[in-house]
Ligand binder design. Structure first.
Ligand code: FAD
Length: 385
């Protein structure tokens, strides 16, 4: 992968500087977005622009050279990126989630802390391999298991969906602790790109989120034992992966919906220019939905920063994801109705086709059915209401 030089001497920027850096990269990202979507290719130039602005270390702790951003701050960046390119934003968000999981799971292992510092300094991109053939999106279940190897452990995993796996500098992979472990006794393993053999097991020619390049992979790897994170995956998932994924994904989806809303406003303004008439009444409902959705995302982020171990956090995170994954599509559908054929077109300033297609992935990204089943049980028996 070609890297542009970044200076690791500069202190990482705070949120206003990070948002300004996103704005500075916006022309590149928006120009690349339709091409990346059309060709289903990794948004190399957009990610390079974020890397040059050192935005790939946003979630890494300050003591390891990262920005040490709070969830609320990460949410703002994800939202801003989502309005530019759904795939780029989702790649950025998924990577930040991996950084945060690595931080949470590293325990007192100095070599994992050392890797975090390397990742921040060199602006590594980290991919996630949790889904698995025969397991689907059941995060807390693995078939693959670690096996002893001369230099540590070895693992083989058939993963149906691995975003930007081939462009990543490392991967975080879930697996059973050992062959005799039950499906839920999982660990998270850091695999560096040079330790991984990825064999593409199919293409990625999907309805939306085409630039995430999330095709199936057969992964084989051998790593030293210290690269198995000491903290059980169940704890990392409950306290970090699930809440952070759901709020950052939701922020990206809100960003995409915001883009659709802005396009609708511009369309209505263009139609009304110089003519009498009333604005399309759908705009009011779109704004109401968008505002409520964004407030809910920001509120969750602030709550999670304040009380990272609050009771009921999982049910709240699941609920946020389920609701935003549908409401964001609702906003984009209304945008389609506002913009008419100009919205239905794949090109042009009023097109909302890519936004709508990208947003339709939201309900599948950990299936809403799975989350609803878990939440229905928690609501019925969890003393929540
Ligand atoms: C854009 C995108 C990027 C992704 N990137 C990654 C990645 O980088 N790494 C990764 O590991 N994964 C990734 N995923 C995978 C994702 O997070 C899910 O794990 C995966 O989409 C689930 O696959 P599935 O729908 O085939 O399987 P399942 O979750 O098994 O769902 C299949 C079907 O079964 C139904 N179903 C499942 N459980 C229940 C239930 N309890 N009750 C009723 N019906 C149920 C669902 O509704 C669905 O119709 C990505 C997905 C998307 C869309």
């Amino acid at each position: 992968m070609i890297r542009r030089k970044t200076s690791s001497q500069d202190p990482p920027p705070g949120l206003p500087a990070a948002l300004a850096a996103v704005d500075a990269a916006a022309p590149t990202i928006t120009e690349q977005a339709p091409k990346v979507d059309r060709t289903a290719t990794f948004p190399e130039e957009s990610i390079s622009a974020l890397r040059s602005a050192r935005l790939l270390s946003a979630a890494a702790p300050r003591e390891h050279g990262g920005h040490g951003f709070t969830t609320a701050e990460l949410t703002e960046v994800a939202f801003r990126l989502g309005a530019l390119c759904g795939s780029t934003a989702m790649i950025w968000a998924m990577h930040q989630i991996q950084l945060a999981c690595l931080t949470a799971g590293a325990g007192h292992e100095p070599r994992l802390a050392g890797y975090l510092a390397t990742a921040a300094r060199e602006q590594h991109l980290i991919a996630s391999v949790t889904s698995e053939e025969g397991v689907g999106g059941s995060l807390r279940t693995s078939r693959a298991a670690l096996r002893p190897a001369p230099g540590g452990v070895r693992l083989t995993k058939r993963a149906p969906t691995v975003s930007y796996g081939e462009a990543a500098d490392s991967l975080l992979v879930t697996a059973r602790r050992e062959e005799s472990a039950h499906a839920g006794d999982q660990v998270l393993v850091l695999v560096l790109a040079e330790q991984a053999r990825l064999r593409s097991a199919g293409g990625w020619d999907t309805l939306g989120m085409r630039g995430t390049c999330s095709g199936p992979q057969l992964l084989t790897a051998e790593v030293p034992a210290w690269q198995v994170l000491p903290r059980p995956f169940g704890e990392i998932a409950a306290t970090r992966m699930v809440p952070l994924s759901h709020v950052l994904w939701a922020a990206v989806w809100c960003g995409i919906a915001e883009d659709a809303l802005r396009r609708s406003v511009r369309y209505v303004q263009a139609r009304l220019r110089g003519k009498d008439g009333a604005p399309n009444p759908r705009l009011g409902w779109m704004y109401a939905r968008q505002r409520t959705m964004l407030d809910a995302v920001r509120q969750f982020a602030a709550r999670y920063d304040r009380e990272p171990r609050a009771p009921g956090l999982t049910v709240h995170a699941n609920a946020l994801k389920m609701q935003v994954s549908r409401d964001a599509v609702g906003v984009a559908q209304l945008a389609l109705e506002v913009c008419g054929m100009a919205g239905y077109s794949e090109t042009g300033e009023f097109s909302v086709a890519r936004q709508l297609r990208d947003l339709l992935s939201a309900r599948l990204m950990i299936s809403n059915d799975r989350l609803n089943e878990a939440n229905s049980e928690l609501v019925a028996f969890g003393d929540l209401v």
